[in-house]
Design a protein around this ligand. Structure first.
Ligand code: NAD
Length: 435
């Protein structure tokens, strides 16, 4: 196990200890967004650098004995970007392209996201560079338990709380919670959120990110007098976020005209039958080959003539090569970091309204917070209470961001980042610098 510390980086403007992040990478995007917010806020170099640099990072080796007896090795990371407002909070990702810079970017976005929706958390993220589709459930359990025990010193209900992200789910969180609890000697449900209901999960957590996406979409449309049930929607990614978003959009009367996953996409201009599509995906593992739909590539989906585009898969899909072709009037970012800085500039030039990730997909961490509060109180709320509190948080946050954007002539992204960054910076300044 090796621990990397957060020594002052050698050469600005890159604040990453490993040097400049790759152009167009998630970390480059996150740094560019922070630099814009710091400039708008008039922050000096020292404060900007402090906000750009993760507080703590850990890089662990995760050996796995495969079912065949062979041993393989993975790399795992946990990054706490900022803890000025409270314990680190952030998901655990299993994906082959995970590396420390991606985890740093995702942790930074969690910091601003938690602050935008007023949660008493800092930002954190974890990941293991593994393609979970290539491993049995028993192998994934061993990977999760080994990763958890390697990062034990960093996590805890008061220090750093995990949740599912790409490639992980409620079962993964159950293994993390069990490994942590067994090692501590008693059951500690609040060390993770997004757990199964049977061990202290919250009602509404599974659909929370998607419900939040629909709340902010409705709020954004309302500013132009457009009702939700009159729009068409294309969704890239049909996992936990994308599939529930499709379900909720359709249930609220919107026309889901196209969806995709990593194997390809489908479109039906009159609207997909989402309940039947969910059944098809449950049976086959992909949206591809769904009857009564035409096929569409992931790149084509981004350029479809729809009202609302929801990227809900991976980072960086809206870049200098794709963003200029977007015909949707609204892009609502379900994924973290789907738009690069160059992509953002093209969308702005074409008058596309972008509801940014740190606001649009915050519903998941909001209900994670509700789950953590319930676990700490050992008192459980009803599904309706959770749904109402989520809607209130999301619509309030949208209204705050939109009001600032209008007042200062900013994009929604810059306004959201200014609000998030300012709340974190103020906490840091009021607490003072130790020692
Ligand atoms: P998931 O693993 O459940 O689903 C990911 C989906 O994206 C799958 O349908 C997969 O096939 C598809 N995909 C993967 N690579 C792709 C590619 N190259 N092109 C097109 N599609 C691809 O993950 P998720 O939890 O739904 O997360 C999706 C995004 O939303 C991530 O950016 C994640 O960080 C973000 N997010 C998730 C949550 C949450 O609560 N799960 C909360 C906030 C943000």
């Amino acid at each position: 196990m090796t621990t990397t510390t957060t020594s002052t980086p050698a050469s600005p403007p890159s604040f990453a200890p490993s040097g400049s992040p790759a152009v167009g990478s998630a970390l480059a995007t996150a740094h560019a967004q922070l630099a814009t917010a710091a400039e708008i806020l008039g922050y000096d170099e020292g404060l900007h650098r402090m906000l750009a640099t993760p507080r703590r990072e850990i890089h662990v080796a995760v050996p796995l004995r495969r079912d065949s007896g062979e041993t393989v090795l993975f790399h795992g990371f946990r990054v706490q970007h900022n803890v000025s407002l409270g314990p680190g909070k952030g998901g655990l990702r299993y994906h082959p392209s995970v590396d420390v810079d991606e985890v740093r970017a995702l942790a930074m976005w969690m910091t601003w996201k938690c602050a935008v929706v007023h949660l008493p958390y800092g930002g954190a993220k974890g990941g293991v560079a593994i393609d979970p589709r290539g491993y049995s459930l028993a192998e994934l359990e061993r990977v999760t338990r080994r990763y958890t025990s390697e990062i034990m010193p960093m996590i805890g209900p008061d220090t750093d709380i995990m949740a599912p992200d790409m490639g992980t789910d409620a079962q993964t969180m159950a293994w993390v919670m069990d490994t942590y609890s067994v090692n501590r000697g008693y059951t500690i449900p609040a060390v993770v959120t997004g757990k199964p209901l049977a061990i202290g999960g919250s009602l509404g957590r599974g659909t929370a990110t998607s419900a939040g996406i629909v709340h902010v979409t409705k709020a954004a449309l309302a500013e132009s007098g457009v009702p939700l049930d009159e729009v068409s929607v294309a969704i890239q990614g049909f996992g936990k976020v994308g599939s529930h978003a499709a379900e909720i959009f359709a249930a609220r009367g919107a026309r889901v005209a196209a969806v995709s996953d990593q194997y390809g996409g489908i479109r039906a201009d009159d609207g997909l039958d989402v309940p039947r599509l969910l059944e098809h995906v449950r049976r086959t593992g992909s949206v591809v080959d769904f009857p009564d739909a035409d096929s569409v590539s992931n790149t084509e989906l981004l350029a479809l003539d729809v009202d609302v585009l929801v990227p809900a898969a991976i980072e960086g899909v809206l870049d200098e090569t794709t963003a200029g072709d977007v015909k949707a009037r609204w892009v609502v970012e379900g994924a973290n970091g789907p738009t690069t800085a160059a992509g953002d500039a093209l969308l702005a030039k074409n008058d596309v309204t972008v509801v940014p990730d740190v606001l649009a997909n915050a519903g998941g961490v909001v209900v994670s917070y509700f789950e953590w509060v319930q676990a700490n109180q050992t008192y459980w709320w009803t599904e309706q209470e959770i749904a109402d509190k989520l809607e209130h948080r999301m619509t309030t946050a949208y209204a705050e961001v939109s009001a600032l954007a209008k007042r200062e002539g900013l994009s929604l992204r810059d306004a959201a980042l200014v609000i998030g960054v300012k709340r974190v910076a103020e906490a840091h300044q009021i607490r003072g610098l130790y020692p």
